[in-house]
Design a protein around this ligand. Structure first.
Ligand code: NAD
Ligand code: MG
Length: 392
């Protein structure tokens, strides 16, 4: 059966891995829509190659460029936020949500309305609006499949299991590019230092978020939201080899681990083929060659983001949304050279504190509009925290 698929964020790192898998089996898929940003050439090339019905750039002023790049191909061109929503309205059986940041929320929400299967790479959706997103899926009989590698691993370890029997969920963290630096040196880490990853090849932002473990902090919150387990049952462990992606502990003491090469096509492919398993073009693991798998407890002085995540999970409500917005701004501040590497966590904490004087953080947002409003407020607040720090 030919399946109709769309890829949101097709030109990004997750998007390109998704395009790669789909292009390997063109007869199996009918590509409905691809979306991207400023990389018009890539978007147009993939849309033509995959025979998509529609290509959308999120930038309205790039519509003419996209039209020109698609000229004569029969692929329809569109641009802007409204066009992204219209693309999400096009009937599809499977949709990849791989836009980065809060911009990925609205198209994903919209797609759920049509009862589609949403492969969710956009972790911000769960962190900022987890309960709303899951409720939307339930209301429309839609399915959400996790694509973050750790959550795909947990999902796979849970196949055939009862959630009542889950005692704990352990997600692994590589420790990032600075994991062996002396603690005292971290404050001086530059963008280049933090932007080099030992195992995964990813974009600059998520790589720096790995070094600070803000990425892992997001993933702890994602775990709570997606699997519905309490924060006391969720932990992170440092695992430098990035071979074990997550483990689920059961009430009988058994631990089920998921192992795989660090290649996002594992998680993307699992979501694409679910509930079946099919051959994937990923490296096979040679355990004897790897020889050693190490694990160690994360040092919270080195990774204060993990402590903040624990507090955010306990607070619930709007805390996840504020956390996500503040950490994005703190990262902007670090990349712009306005704050140091170790100042990012302080900015996030200060933003959460400041916002808690405006309203109770425990009140959950009841609509997507409210989520976006809290997101904007938190971004403004985080910038003022950065300015305060600069003038202090
Ligand atoms: P990326 O920056 O490589 O790609 C992002 C995509 O979103 C691009 O297609 C870009 O054009 C598009 N985009 C950017 N801003 C947009 C906007 N305002 N409106 C519409 N489209 C916009 O990002 P990525 O690394 O592929 O990550 C995508 C998502 O998947 C993120 O939420 C990330 O946290 C998550 N994720 C990524 C990885 C990974 O290995 N890269 C792993 C797990 C989860
Ligand atoms: Mg991950």
């Amino acid at each position: 059966m030919v399946r109709r698929v769309s890829i949101f964020g097709a030109t990004g790192s997750i998007g390109q891995n998704t395009v790669d898998l789909i292009a390997r089996d063109p007869d199996a898929y009918d590509v409905v829509a691809l979306t991207g940003g400023a990389n018009i050439a890539q978007l147009a090339e993939d849309a033509k190659r995959l025979g998509a019905d529609l290509a959308v750039t999120c930038f309205e002023d790039r519509l003419e460029d996209l039209r020109a790049a698609l000229d004569g191909s029969g692929v329809e061109a569109a641009a802007g936020q409204g066009a992204l929503i219209e693309a999400a309205d096009r009937p599809a059986d499977w949709i990849m949500s791989a836009i980065v940041g809060a911009a990925g929320l609205a198209p994903g929400f919209r797609a759920l309305r049509h009862g589609t299967t949403l492969a969710l790479a956009n972790k911000e959706s769960l962190v900022t609006a987890g309960p709303l997103l899951l409720a939307e899926a339930r209301a429309h009989g839609a399915t959400i499949l996790p694509v973050d590698s750790e959550h795909s691993a947990v999902f796979q370890a849970l196949v055939g299991e009862e959630m009542d029997a889950v005692e704990r969920i352990i997600i692994t963290a590589s420790g990032g590019g600075l994991r062996d630096w002396p603690l005292e040196a971290l404050a001086q880490a530059t963008v280049a230092d933090a932007g080099a990853h030992p195992n995964w090849d990813m974009g600059q932002r998520i790589t720096i978020d790995s070094a600070s473990m803000f990425n892992k902090a997001m993933e702890l919150i994602e775990t709570k939201e997606f699997f519905g387990v309490g924060p006391e049952k969720i932990e992170a462990v440092v695992h430098p080899q990035s071979i074990v992606h997550a483990l689920v502990g059961f009430t009988d003491g058994a631990l089920m681990a998921h192992l795989g090469a660090p290649d996002m096509r594992h998680a993307i492919g699992y979501a694409l083929n679910w509930p079946e398993r099919r051959e994937l073009p990923v490296n096979r693991i040679d355990l004897a060659q790897i020889a050693t798998l190490e694990f160690r407890a994360p040092d919270l002085r080195r990774y204060p983001a993990l402590g903040i995540a624990q507090a955010v999970m306990e607070t619930g409500g709007r805390a996840g949304c504020i956390f996500n917005a503040a950490k994005e701004i703190a990262l902007d501040g670090f990349i712009a050279g306005r704050i140091g590497f170790m100042d990012m966590s302080g900015i996030v904490e200060a933003t959460l504190d400041a916002m808690s004087t405006e309203f109770s953080l425990t009140i959950p947002p009841s609509t997507l509009e409210e989520v976006l409003e809290v997101d904007h407020m938190a971004r403004d607040r985080a910038w003022s925290c950065i300015r305060q720090k600069e003038t202090a």
